[in-house]
Write a protein that binds this ligand. Sequence first.
Ligand code: NAD
Ligand code: AHE
Ligand code: ZN
Ligand code: ZN
Length: 372
Amino acid sequence: MEMIKTRAAVAWAPGEPLSIEEVDLMPPQKGEVLVRIVATGVCHTDAYTLSGADPEGIFPAILGHEGGGIVEAVGEGVTSVEVGDHVIPLYTPECGECKFCKSGKTNLCQAIRSTQGQGLMPDGTTRFSKDGKPIYHYMGTSTFAEHTVVPEIALAKISKDAPLEEVCLLGCGVTTGMGAVKNTAKVQEGDTVAVFGLGGIGLSVIIGAVMAKASRIIAIDINESKFDIARQLGATDCVNPNDYDKPIQEVIVDMTDGGVDFSFECIGNVKVMRSALECCHKGWGESVIIGVAGAGEEIATRPFQLVTGRVWRGSAFGGVKGRTQLPDYVQRYLNGEFELSTFITHTMGLNDINKAFELMHEGKSIRSVIHF
Ligand code: NAD
Ligand code: AHE
Ligand code: ZN
Ligand code: ZN
């Protein structure tokens, strides 16, 4: 197979708008797969890396990690997917063989984590370039391109019945939120839950909490335009911290007779992470950090909060093992267990991708989905 030309949104430098370019893409090498991306969501993490706050941010790069596509070609030795398969690229791969995969304790496969973090394929090189200059991969997925090359272990093969324009959201946001409730917190029937931040992640936490039969779901955001959809999905209370002259953790402790059983931080703000921990019930309340904070940021609380039984956890991709468990999320969506269309407030072509970032920053979108 020859080098192909494809259209991509290139992030040349932090803080600059993406630039739509025709780029060169090398054919998939050993253990790699060429995927035609059909649709991709835009997640806050893409904006975070583009802003320059990501210590792993490398430029120029092709961002995007919430995609759905179709296999167009496979490299040497690839056996688990074939041309025509529908796939979701995985920024958390699953090799099944590394210490992490074998532990049964985590979804954080580390087989290719170091090259992935350097914007490279596992062999240490890039497939994208422009005028001979390398363009780096992002999170091993680079879905802001009509075609991308992804390691075989970073592809979940899914049902062809599922519309890729919707299930692309299972490549990050929706799986992350639902999975954090089920796999990380393990919320049980009757538990009380507080969700900080009502974007794609926080709203998916609400879906997960409803499925777990939580008795109370308190949704917190400073942008009240998010409250309608939060209630529609099953939030029992909506709270704007700016309406109170005391810290939000005290407000929630008062509302819940001592604090919630579980809280989720879905913003990436270290001060809110503290509030989320401290609104948990003494003796057993657990707080899950999902939001991604910028380089140099640190969390703080009084150790007494932990001494007295609160627990601080974190969750990546909802603790979901992509190759073995994501196809089932797609199936459950097809079975009608949850909706994705509610999340898709905007759709647009690749040429308008910068508009998706603007809408996110203005607080006007939940998810924008790019159709190629
Ligand atoms: P988003 O921008 O769509 O939503 C964030 C929400 O937080 C917005 O509704 C905003 O109004 C609200 N918010 C901002 N500041 C607030 C404050 N001080 N108090 C209350 N609410 C506030 O973002 P998203 O795509 O839902 O992502 C949320 C976070 O999750 C980001 O940090 C993202 O990087 C991270 N993330 C992590 C994972 C993971 O695997 N751990 C996966 C996906 C996204
Ligand atoms: N590069 C950042 C870390 C960013 C981060 O925490 N990413 C999450 C996924 S966010 C998806 O929207 C994640 O999966 N982390 C696990 C991992 O191995 O990166 C930094 O701070 O360096
Ligand atoms: Zn994401
Ligand atoms: Zn592994």
